[in-house]
Ligand binder design. Structure first.
Ligand code: GLC
Length: 734
């Protein structure tokens, strides 16, 4: 039966009216796509062996979506079976984890957040969507919008760091980039903010662990980026593995129905994370598979990923009346509505064009963007004596296990990258040098182990060089899912290499590769110059060389705080005040550790460029902000250096007194500006009470009158504040 052309709603209702319960339940099932090889280098025989079973399920109308396969031709075959051989001809959604690039790989999301340029993230997401839809995909499980305040957790790499304001900006930008301006366009990729919710707040930074959290922090920190993503047009959301205060997110009615539907009026579909409904039994929240199905579905989870529980148990739950048919219909309606919204009911073969897939010009067009995104994600932590930028005719030793490495360039959650196009550090540096052959390259050690003679060779190379570029960091498998670490430090073999190379006295520039903030130690911490390079993707080598040789000034700023020590976790700049804050004068019996102050080694927002940036005083245009008024805050920012630079001018606020203890500072705005040598620019921010609002003690969300500090500063730990007073609403006494 074909889906005749009617109004969208009428077409959905007419479909629904003739669906059997099994067909309805079929729309709520998502399974790994065993028809299309996961990726060229994964064993296609294992995948294809199950293809017949999957196609049979598609033919029976039992599949709503498939995920993590690619390929337009086989995608067309899946869709042909769905449309022409199933009873109702409902197309299948084809999804995948396309997080930060498809064939062309961009920096990990945490790295891109360091650019403090949401529009750059929109552009890379758009390029990703173009490549992903060309590879036969309709839907990506991104952006991850989890706020990560504990760097022991490995999945901070997939998000935008520790700050909710920055997180909201990047969540919205990535959704707009993936989806584009027209959801029905062949290159629009359905976005999925994940993981709903508070996954970044897992206790002890241990993945999948429990979450104990106040309602205020849940709403103001962890839910806000999802709301930003939905406001930007996201039509799907993925549930999280963790519980929230004892109720697993994937069966959490407060989240999936009360907030999502009741408060936010979210019209789209909720999909579980991988077997998250099955895991309700392991959580001890469901007695058995049937109970897990009932609890997840009743809480508001529309689509079940991979467990098969909905197919196995929902028909019986509907027959028994435990799941009302109306509730089943509502979930199916949302799935069909999303398929309709992206044009799949009109054009089931949308985004399944082998000719477009074969067009190699698409990825090639994205190389320049990949290089730009990588350049602008790099953060210069330190540059003693202005060691950087280097001369192109300098004698350079490139030392470390990442020097020639191609396997740790893309970062976590990169399933489909074209590795043949990756530019290694060695390749990028050689291409940038006056005499590329002059670059001496020594691994010095393996990623996690010494190499016989490695340190000796590295020391010899260091002794013969003007400067060492020390390429050290985390193997990419140290971050991403299920990669929580107790000590966020370099592997010991790499630390030993750093100590030996530094001992030669040759100046060292650290090129750090990392998927989280790290506790830098010894010679790495003390190196005169340190560049945080995250995992930069396809154009790693060229982008690092561009910064190292001054082709561009580093302009990234830290989206996560770098601690003094691994023990300082969770560590985040916008922490609530305490009753015993440490002061420069007093540290006895104050909130701090024996070994370190309650502060970062390098704070959120920190980063240097090749200019010399100076800030004038923060000034407010008025001492008072009327309840419904606006207030402009401004400062002069100058580049007194000899080189052009870009500066991320940041706006922070602090609410002196609140009905709940307030953070010591909160980012409420940022502008990235270019400054030529000698140039001064005035940067202004306009405030209104919306920026001051929070979830108050009575659960309402608004600002509270009173005194505020405001900074325009280069980081979350810099600058002197100005003050202003928010006046009470006209009818309310101050
Ligand atoms: C994983 C991840 C999730 C991903 C999903 C599908 O376990 O938690 O982010 O989208 O499964 O691969």
């Amino acid at each position: 039966m074909s889906i005749e052309a009617k109004s969208p709603q009428a077409r959905i209702e007419s479909l629904l009216a003739c669906m059997t319960v099994e067909e309805k339940v079929g729309q709520l099932g998502m399974f790994a796509d065993m028809v299309r090889p996961f990726a060229p280098d994964v064993n296609p025989d294992a995948n294809v062996r199950n293809a017949a079973e999957v196609l049979e399920q598609v033919r029976a109308g039992r599949v709503g979506a498939l995920f993590n396969g690619v390929g337009a031709a086989l995608g067309r075959e899946i869709q042909r079976v769905a449309v022409e051989e199933s009873r109702l001809g409902i197309p299948v959604l084809l999804a995948a984890d396309v997080i930060h690039g498809m064939r062309t790989v961009f920096p990990i999301p945490l790295g891109e957040a360091a650019s403090f340029e949401p529009d750059l993230a929109r552009r890379t997401a758009r390029a990703t969507a173009i490549e992903a839809t060309a590879a036969g995909l309709h839907w990506t499980f991104a952006p991850a919008v989890d706020v990560a305040r504990d760097q022991r957790w490995g999945r901070g790499a997939e998000g935008a760091g520790e700050d909710v304001f920055l997180g909201c900006a990047f969540a919205a930008a990535r959704v707009r980039g993936f989806q584009g301006d027209d959801l029905r366009a062949h290159d629009s990729l359905l976005a999925t903010p994940k993981h709903f919710a508070a996954y970044g707040a897992v206790a002890a930074g241990m993945d999948y662990n429990y979450v104990e959290i106040s309602d205020g922090t849940l709403r103001d920190v962890h839910l806000a980026p999802f709301k930003a993503a939905f406001d930007a047009g996201a039509l799907t959301v993925m549930t999280a593995f963790n519980d929230i205060n004892g109720v697993p997110a994937s069966a959490n009615r407060m989240l999936l129905t009360d907030v999502l539907r009741g408060q936010w009026r979210f019209p789209g579909l909720v999909v579980s994370d991988y077997t998250a409904d099955m895991e309700l039994v392991a959580h001890g929240y469901a007695a058995d598979d049937r109970d897990a199905t009932l609890r997840a579905f009743s809480a508001g989870m529309d689509m079940s990923m991979q467990s098969g529980f909905y197919a196995a148990h929902l028909p019986a739950l509907v027959a028994s009346g435990e799941v009302p048919m109306a509730a089943l219909d509502e979930a199916v309606r949302r799935v069909l509505w999303v398929k309709e919204a992206i044009g799949l009911l009109d054009d089931p073969y949308r985004s399944l064009d082998p000719v477009r897939e074969a067009d190699a010009s698409l990825p090639a067009a994205h190389e320049a963007l990949a290089r730009e995104a990588a350049q602008r994600s790099i953060v210069l932590l330190r540059n003693e004596g202005e060691l950087l930028p280097l001369r192109r005719d300098a004698r350079i030793a490139l030392v470390g296990p990442f020097a020639r490495d191609r396997d740790n360039i893309e970062g976590c959650w990169t399933l489909f990258g074209d590795k043949s196009r990756y530019v290694t550090l060695e390749a990028g540096l050689r291409a940038a040098l006056a005499d590329g052959a002059a670059l001496e390259v020594v691994d010095g050690c393996a990623l996690e182990a010494p190499l016989a003679g490695g340190i000796e060779a590295a020391v010899a190379a260091a002794r013969g060089a003007d400067v060492v570029l020390l390429a050290v960091g985390e193997p990419q498998r140290y971050s991403g899912e299920a990669q929580s670490r107790t000590r966020i430090v370099l592997p010991p073999a790499q630390q030993a290499l750093a100590e030996a190379v530094a001992a030669t006295g040759t100046p060292v520039v650290v090129l750090l590769r990392n998927g989280r903030a790290l506790a830098l130690e010894g010679a790495v911490r003390d190196a005169p110059a340190i560049l945080v390079t995250w995992f930069l993707g396809s154009q790693t080598g060229h982008a690092v060389a561009d910064v190292v040789f001054g082709g561009c000034s580093p302009s990234g700023r830290l989206p996560v705080s770098f601690p003094h020590d691994s023990g300082q976790q969770p560590l985040f700049y916008n922490h609530p005040r305490t009753g015993r804050p440490e002061t420069p004068e007093m540290s006895e019996f104050k909130a701090r550790w024996r070994e370190y102050p309650n502060a970062a080694l390098y704070p959120f927002g920190h980063g240097l460029g090749y200019g010399r940036i100076e800030y004038g005083a923060t000034r407010v245009d008025a001492a008072e902000l009327a309840w419904d008024g606006r207030l402009v805050v401004r400062a002069q920012v100058s580049n007194t250096g000899a080189r052009a630079a870009e500066e991320v001018v940041q706006l922070y606020l602090h609410d002196r007194v609140g009905s709940r203890v307030r953070p010591v500072r909160e980012l409420k705005g940022f502008h990235k500006i270019a400054l030529q040598p000698g140039q001064t620019r005035e940067v202004a921010f306009e405030l209104d009470r919306g920026l001051l609002a929070f979830t108050r003690a009575d659960g309402s969300h608004d600002a509270e009158p009173g005194l505020f500090d405001v900074w325009i500063a280069p980081s979350s730990a810099a600058g002197e504040p100005a003050q202003f007073r928010l006046l009470a609403p006209p009818h309310q006494p101050a």
